[in-house]
Design a protein around this ligand. Sequence first.
Ligand code: CA
Length: 247
Amino acid sequence: MENYKSELKQRHIMVVEDEEDIVRLISFHLGKEGYRVSSYGNGREALDHAIEEPPDLIILDIMLPEMDGLEVCRVLRRNDRTVSIPILILSARKEELDKVLGLELGADDYMVKPFSVRELVARVRAMLRRIDNMKMPDEKDSPEIIEKILRHGNIVLYPERHEVTVEGKKRTLTHKEFILLELLMSNAGRVLTRELLLDKVWGYEVEVDTRTVDVHIRYLRQKIEDDPANPHYIETVRGVGYRFASR
Ligand code: CA
């Protein structure tokens, strides 16, 4: 546990929010987890600092003075220095989420206010873990990382062998189902929109619409879930897309 905490100590999380109570609450809990926290109550100022010294993750409220969170997000995604920083959006309105998770703004996750700070800390941890998993093999020495095996609960996915096992038993997936599952598992904990999944898995090869994604998710659940009607792994995020549960 000590090692785990000291590893996290170096991570820098930027909180962009003008409501001081929320900033204090978030900062306190993230600080307790060993993260270094900086906070800005103004979008423009936060943006300048993020570009100057890119943090490991940004928690970004949409309602901000001067420059709102959507605009901050848009600029961050256009700048080479900040394009890949994970962004967790805070929003008071669920209607905004389609937009923030979409391809244009490309936030990584969101929470609707009022939120549980414990849940927020868990999301932050999952987002940072995902970054670690995506590092190049030579940055880690575990053979498992080199083979890029994905493992969540009882499900193991072997990208090289193009194989999936559930509780050690091999499951037969179509090529599309395999890519879909690989995408979901390698982004576990993150909401992926239907549009993004469609773009990544189907590209522009055929005329398909977002319902195609739903149909393939259904097939996939039948193959990997114990109870496809009550999925344990592939969660539906209503009106937005899907998330592979980070457990
Ligand atoms: Ca605010």
